[in-house]
Design a protein around this ligand. Sequence first.
Ligand code: FE2
Length: 313
Amino acid sequence: MRGEPLESDMSDTMAGLTTTKAPFIEQAQANGEIYIRQPYELYSEENQQTWRSLYSRILPRWRQCAHPKFLEGVEKLALDPDAIPRLEDINKFLEPLTAFSAKAVAGYVPAYVFFDCLRTRAFPTTITIRDKALLDYLPEPDMFHDVAGHVPMHTDRRFADVLVRFGEVAQTAALTAAAISDADKRYRRMDSVLTAMARFFWFTVEFGLMRYDGGLRVYGSGLLSSFGEISYCLESTDVQREPFQLEWVINQAFEIDRFQPLLFIVDSFHHLFDLVDSLEEWMKQGKLDNVCPGAPSSTQEDIESFLNAGVAE
Ligand SMILES: [Fe+2]
């Protein structure tokens, strides 16, 4: 049904599945549910319009700026420019390629649960979509970021292996921490290791650039789902672009509420995979135990999700 919903008649259907405004999600969170179904019937016409606007305006920029493997992924998933995708349809195309699947979640997923999902080739996926008044930026992940920004890369076998390897590194982190007998020391180490991992993930999977054909292309999902930043990150003279250096990345704080002033370049997906190997090696050598403080700071819940997992393994 078209038209603005009346404020006095905000049923679930009319409220739709707008990020931070969806009663269905609030209810799931209140029930402590992490994994949910995608209640497709709840998307409002406004939600569908938002998807169409986001998709149609970014498509030319994807063709210009995105890594070809991402563009291949968009084709392979048969993403519909005109309708919010059903995760079950996406998974029909995705699973035969890399065994990855998109798994609907109600919102925040504890850090260890998130990384362990990657290890088992599941990708926790937000099913709400941003408010149409906030097309350009919202701090929370939404379906356009998760499905249009992340999932196309998951069709590529080498990139999918990177995510799995990252999940394995998270498992190593949990086991390494569990071996420390002093509780305070264990907590502090985990805090630092988790900060290092989050920075690595941010400057690769979320905001990574890759060399391609004598230039640079975008493979990071935060950039791929941002109409403004996807070209800014390649063209602006205000952006510092550096070859990926592990020691720098794990000690580099970042802020999420602005275009990134500093980005790191990898040579290839093989290079990226080797860097995840190095991250694990550095972890085992204790080189992630005292990284530079600063954002992102891990929540107590995130740290405890790792510590509990290490004890349970
Ligand atoms: Fe993301």
